[in-house]
Design a protein around this ligand. Structure first.
Ligand code: SF4
Ligand SMILES: [Zn+2]
Length: 365
């Protein structure tokens, strides 16, 4: 494709992302602003130890990037989860406290602070509310790790210094959606709106305060064949080693409501990744990463038509193996999973690109 073609494709993607955003905003329902959008606890790898991780999605007005001109990323419906009205600082802190006060049991605990955008964006969570929440965490000795999700533009020297100062010597990571190390794929297929250079700059700033970066890596953005998606994700994980990230969190695209991905999926022009592809990426990706860097994956909607899936009969045991792998980091978890659909997956890897047809499984839905 020439530059002119690429620019045209990007324009079409921008327009359709903008439309999806306007639809999302119109569909938002009134919410209790003192309750978080969601929270859940799972077993998790915390550095070298195994403990529990509690994820808290604070209800805010949502991602500034998605609310702006760009329309947001092609696979993300988080804006739909945002609130119609802006919560007050007190309500945001109340959302956090309601989860923290319900956590029982021993540590080590990991707390993951999410919003439907960036926790460090002051338009979503004010500085006062942010610092109140971090101070609450600092008072709980069970919490050994804090993961904060943010776009790179909010990672500044000053913010990192304040966070380090409040949280003391806890393990801290900033989770950033790098998605792909390929600027073209991140920009055109995902409409991410930042460059690899900007990601690197954020990583450098965070590292000055001994704060790690958890890179979210996407598997199978739209407009890539199964085989190109596999290659792109593997290359991204390899690049993560050179970049010096502290954790790689692998996320196969799941089809979220009111997104460009959903409109392609509904027309049979997009199929979420095969679980076999995910296993292959985890197995090979693990080999390419340093031992101290965990490679984790908890596929959202895994085994469902809207998430990474295979033939249905083998899906559940593969998703379980992926969860075991995330805790143990041992590729042995993937032994003995063979299924009759492996040959179909290999056929897709080989022929999808040549036929220029998306090998979807619409009939299964
Ligand atoms: S993926 Fe992140 S940056 Fe992109 S639209 Fe969603 S919340 Fe915003
Ligand atoms: Zn199967």
């Amino acid at each position: 494709m020439t530059e002119i073609h690429l620019n045209k494709v990007q324009q079409i993607i921008l327009e359709s992302s903008g439309k999806a955003r306007r639809d999302s905003i119109a569909r938002r329902r009134p919410k209790d602003l003192s309750r978080p959008s969601a929270s859940w606890t799972t077993d998790a790898k915390i550095g070298d130890a195994t403990g529990r991780a509690t994820s808290i999605v604070l209800a805010t007005v949502g991602c500034s990037y998605a609310r702006g001109e760009s329309g947001g990323c092609t696979m993300c419906s988080y804006l739909l989860d945002g609130t119609e009205k802006r919560p007050t600082d007190e309500q945001i802190v109340q959302q956090f406290n309601s989860v923290l006060s319900s956590l029982s049991g021993e540590g080590p605990l990991s707390i993951k602070l999410y919003t439907s955008g960036s926790f460090l964006d002051e338009d979503e969570v004010s500085l006062d509310a942010r610092n109140d929440i971090l101070n609450k965490i600092a008072q709980d000795n069970r919490i050994a790790e804090v993961v904060i999700e943010s776009r790179p533009e909010y990672v500044t020297d000053e913010t990192m210094a304040v966070i380090r100062n409040i949280l003391g010597d806890r393990r801290i990571e900033i989770g950033i959606g790098l998605e792909s190390s390929n600027d073209r794929i991140r920009s055109i297929c995902i409409n991410k709106g930042f460059t690899l250079a900007e990601f690197k700059a954020a990583l450098k700033i965070a590292s000055k305060q001994d704060i790690g970066v958890r890179a979210y890596v996407l598997l199978k953005p739209p407009f890539l064949s199964e085989s190109s998606a596999l290659q792109d994700t593997l290359k991204t994980i390899q690049d993560c080693t050179a970049l010096g990230v502290s954790t790689v969190s692998l996320n196969p695209v799941n089809v979220q409501r009111n997104t460009l991905v959903e409109s392609l999926w509904e027309k049979g022009e997009y199929r979420p990744a095969w679980l076999w592809t995910l296993v292959e990426v985890l197995r090979k990706g693990r080999e390419s990463l340093d031992k101290g860097v965990n490679l984790v994956c908890d596929p959202v909607a895994g085994s469902k038509p809207r998430g990474a899936h295979n033939c249905r009969s083998c899906d559940k045991k593969i998703v379980q193996a992926i969860r075991r792998f995330s805790l143990s980091q041992d590729s042995f978890c993937f032994e003995g999973l063979e299924c009759e659909c492996t040959s179909q997956w290999k056929h897709v890897l080989e022929h999808e690109e040549i036929s220029l047809l998306v090998h979807s499984d619409r009939r299964l839905r």
